[in-house]
Design a protein around this ligand. Structure first.
Ligand SMILES: [Zn+2]
Ligand SMILES: [Zn+2]
Length: 116
């Protein structure tokens, strides 16, 4: 599971844009042009990801892999900075016993916390 976890290296550390790999030697941010040496990232993963992406684009397939995240704002006190507004979404856990978990992200400091 967790196919979107642990892939921060695919995103620009400055602006968060998804990096492209115009050359096998480096990855580049299309927005701010920051380059990252491919050795800085796990090349096997990035090449796999890029090729999968290319294939999809080639075939015109739009794959909705993203979590279905519905962000809404709610009056919720941030447990870290005390700010009174957070964005939240809920996710149903696999086990029925666990019910629904609500995830909050503070709109001020970005702190993430959750609540069952
Ligand atoms: Zn960037
Ligand atoms: Zn906060």
């Amino acid at each position: 599971m967790a196919n979107t976890q642990g892939r921060d290296f695919l995103f620009c550390h400055l602006c968060g844009t998804m990096l492209t790999a115009p050359s096998p030697k480096y990855a580049q941010c299309p927005l701010c042009k920051t380059k990252r040496d491919i050795n800085d990232v796990k090349d096997k993963e990035i090449s796999y990801t890029i090729s999968a992406e290319d294939i999809r684009r080639e075939l015109g397939i739009v794959v909705m892999e993203e979590q279905k995240v519905q962000l809404s704002k709610v009056d919720k006190k941030c447990e870290k900075c005390g700010h009174g507004e957070a964005k939240f979404y809920t996710r149903q856990m696999r086990s029925a016993d666990e019910g629904q978990t609500t995830f909050y992200t503070c709109t001020r400091c970005g702190h993430q916390f959750q609540e069952n």
